[in-house]
Design a protein around this ligand. Structure first.
Ligand code: NI
Length: 286
């Protein structure tokens, strides 16, 4: 909807290409960030960077292609782009793709697929994997995705004493902060195992899911695609695991199908317009 407004106001074809967003269409400039301010408050260098990239591309194009009048309309275009609002998931058809258990050997390939479709996602990382691969987490965050905690070593938190739960979260917070400068605002409990004590000790939204692709079990790309695409509804939180190559290979087909159906792929925090509830089982936002 922003796109229409922008087109109408500025009439600039360049911008149409730049601002096609969501799980949107593949365009010639996959590096330009979705103007959606990403999830976590305080998160964004990258929002500013996103607008900066648009600005430079739009003005660059105008300068290169000519003179006076066009330069003026390029300025208008830049202003409109800078005002572009984040996706409002109360109105748009949003879906949150979530990836657990990484980062791993296939995460970078996944980032490329997401970038090609201008999709944003949430990565629930395992602390000890972050310690081994902090650079991947940095790249993930810099690309505008959300980083959540999936504990340090993936235990069932409901079976740990309070001190154990605290340690699992604190260690992960430390390595994530060392990698990206902020601690995760969201936690996904391993196995979806949560009780009142764990929820209290965590003190952050516990993010479960509404669609489970079971990708870890069957390791079959076609099944991952089928499950994700058939089960998706506006407001879905879909569970994947980016440590499996079969899942990462399935993503272009999933992104294409979601895009065709008009879905915007957003972070979990954006799905809730910046305010995830205490426990997120799924969504079904209206
Ligand atoms: Ni897990």
């Amino acid at each position: 909807m922003n796109i229409g407004a922008i087109r109408g106001t500025a009439g600039a074809l360049t911008l149409t290409a730049l601002l096609t967003t969501g799980c949107g269409t593949v365009t010639a400039s996959p590096d330009v960030q979705d103007p959606t301010p990403a999830a976590m408050p305080g998160a964004r260098a990258s929002t500013a960077t996103a607008f900066a990239s648009e600005r430079s591309e739009v003005s660059g194009g105008a300068t290169a292609s000519s003179a006076g009048g066009l330069a003026v309309s390029a300025v208008k275009v830049v202003k409109v782009a800078a005002r572009a609002r984040p996706v409002d998931c109360r109105r748009a058809k949003c879906v949150a793709l979530t990836f657990d258990d990484g980062p791993g050997a296939y995460t970078d390939a996944l980032l490329r697929h997401l970038a090609a479709y201008r999709a944003k996602a949430t990565f629930f990382v395992v602390g000890q994997n972050v310690a081994a691969n902090p650079g991947i987490v940095r790249r993930t965050y810099a690309a505008g995705h959300e980083i959540g905690s999936h504990t340090w070593s993936h235990p069932d938190l409901t079976k740990l004493p309070a001190a154990g739960v605290r340690a699992q979260l604190a260690r992960t917070d430390r390595v994530v902060k060392a990698a990206i400068g902020v601690v995760p605002r969201l936690v996904r409990p391993p196995y979806g195992a949560v009780n009142a004590a764990v929820s209290r000790l965590t003190g952050r939204p516990m993010v479960l899911w509404s669609v489970d692709t079971l990708d870890w079990r069957h390791r079959d790309s076609a099944k991952v695609v089928r499950k994700a695409v058939r089960s998706v509804r506006p407001g879905s939180v879909i569970l994947f695991h980016d440590i499996h190559p079969s899942t990462v290979r399935a993503m272009p087909r999933i992104l294409k199908a979601l895009s065709k159906r008009g879905y915007r792929c957003v972070t979990v925090t954006r799905l809730f317009n910046g305010h995830p509830p205490k426990t997120v089982y799924s969504a079904g936002l209206t």
